[in-house]
Design a protein around this ligand. Structure first.
Ligand code: MEV
Length: 321
C-alpha cells in the first residue's frame, strides 16, 4: 500500500439535455479545463480527515467534527472513502485534501469532480483503479448529494472529452468536427441541484402531457446536436443551444440574470447560448465563432460586472497520480 496518492478530475458543461437526462433522455456533455485535485494520505489515527477549500471535517462513523457545512459538503466524500477502506479491510484512517479551481455551486460539476477524484485517490493507495468502477462509486456518492442524479456529471468527469450520455445506455464518445470556442459566465447566483431537480419533477407531475412533449423536443435537439458536432457545423450547434434554452425556460430553470447574460452573449456575436447544468442562476455557456469572438464575448460580460472565462475542452478526464 502507498502512503499517499493523488488524482484529479475536470469540471463539466452540459451542452444539451440537462434535466431531461434525469428521466432517461440523452444529454451531451463536455469536460473543461478546470480541475479538482485530491491527495489521499494514510494516517496513524483511525479517523478520516477531509479538508477542502470550503469545508473541513473529521469523520468517525456517524459523527463529524469540523466546519458547520462539513456534514452537507463532505459526508458524500467520506462515505465513498469509507466504502473503499472497508472493502480493502484497512483499519487505519486517512487524510484527504481537496483543492479546486472549479467555481462551486454554479453547475460546472464541482461536486461530481470531487467525488470522482476522491474515490480515485483513495483507491490508488491500494491499486491502479479501473475507471468504470471509480465512476460507479462516485455516482453513488453523488446520489447522497442529490438522490435523483442522472450520473452524467460523474461520467464526463471520469472519461473526459465530449460524450453523448443516457442513464440506460451509458456514454459514447463524440468526435468533434471543429474546435469549440466556449465562454462560461457566472450569474453569481448559487443553486442547489437537488432543489432544482425536485422543482422540475413537481412541474412534470403537474403537466405530464406537456412535459412529455418537451422531453421529445429535448431528445430531438440532442440527436441533431450530435450530428452537428460531428459535422463541425458550429452554426447549427449554436442554433440548437438557443432551442434548448427555450425548453429550459419552459421548465423553469432559467433566471433573469442568466437571460441577461445570454442576451449580452448573443448581441456580441455568440452563435448560441444557454443555461448549463441545473440552472436557477448558476452558469451560462456561450458558443463563439472563433478565438477573437470568444474573447470579445467574455470581455463584454465582464464589463457588465459578471465573472466570465474562456474554456477549452479537456480530453483527459480523470488523471491518476
Ligand atoms: C446537473 O449538472 C445536471 C442535471 O441534469 C441533474 C443530473 O443530471 O443529475 C440538472
Amino acid at each position: 500500500m502507498k502512503s499517499q496518492a493523488t488524482a484529479s478530475a475536470p469540471a463539466k458543461v452540459i451542452l444539451f439535455g440537462e434535466h431531461f437526462v434525469v428521466y432517461g433522455n440523452p444529454a451531451i456533455l463536455a469536460s473543461i479545463d478546470r480541475r479538482i485535485t485530491v491527495r489521499a494520505k494514510t494516517a496513524e489515527h483511525d479517523k478520516v480527515f477531509i479538508k477542502s477549500d470550503i469545508a473541513e471535517g473529521e469523520f468517525s462513523g456517524a459523527t463529524v467534527k469540523g466546519s458547520e457545512n462539513a456534514e452537507a459538503v463532505l459526508r458524500p466524500l467520506y462515505s465513498a472513502v469509507r466504502q473503499v477502506l472497508l472493502e480493502k479491510k484497512h483499519e487505519r484512517g486517512l487524510e484527504i485534501e481537496v483543492r479546486s479551481d472549479i467555481p462551486h455551486g454554479i453547475g460546472l460539476g464541482s461536486s461530481a469532480a470531487s467525488c470522482v477524484a476522491t474515490v480515485a485517490a483513495t483507491c490508488l493507495l491500494f491499486e491502479q483503479p479501473d475507471r468504470q468502477a471509480v465512476c460507479e462509486r462516485a455516482v453513488e456518492a453523488e446520489r447522497l448529494i442529490h438522490k435523483n442524479s442522472s450520473g452524467a456529471d460523474c461520467y464526463i468527469s471520469t472519461f473526459g472529452g465530449l460524450i453523448y450520455y443516457s442513464k440506460s445506455e451509458g456514454f459514447s464518445k463524440i468526435r468533434s468536427g471543429a474546435e469549440m470556442y466556449i465562454v462560461i459566465a457566472d450569474t453569481g447566483i448559487k443553486h442547489s441541484t437537488g432543489d432544482l431537480v425536485s422543482s422540475v419533477k413537481s412541474l412534470k407531475e403537474r403537466n405530464e402531457q406537456e412535459f412529455s412533449r418537451w422531453t421529445e423536443q429535448a431528445r430531438s435537439i440532442c440527436g441533431r446536436a450530435r450530428s452537428a458536432i460531428e459535422a463541425g457545423d458550429i452554426r447549427q450547434m449554436g442554433a440548437l443551444m438557443n432551442e434548448n434554452q427555450v425548453l429550459l425556460s419552459k421548465i423553469g430553470v432559467s433566471h433573469d440574470v442568466a437571460d441577461r447574460l445570454i442576451e449580452i452573449a448573443i448581441k456580441n456575436g455568440a452563435l448560441g447560448a444557454k443555461v448549463t447544468g441545473a440552472g436557477g442562476g448558476g452558469a451560462i455557456i456561450a458558443l463563439a465563432l472563433d478565438k477573437d469572438s470568444r474573447s470579445a464575448i467574455a470581455g463584454r460580460i465582464k464589463e457588465a460586472g459578471y465573472n466570465a472565462f474562456e474554456a477549452r475542452i479537456d480530453y483527459d478526464g480523470l488523471i491518476l497520480g
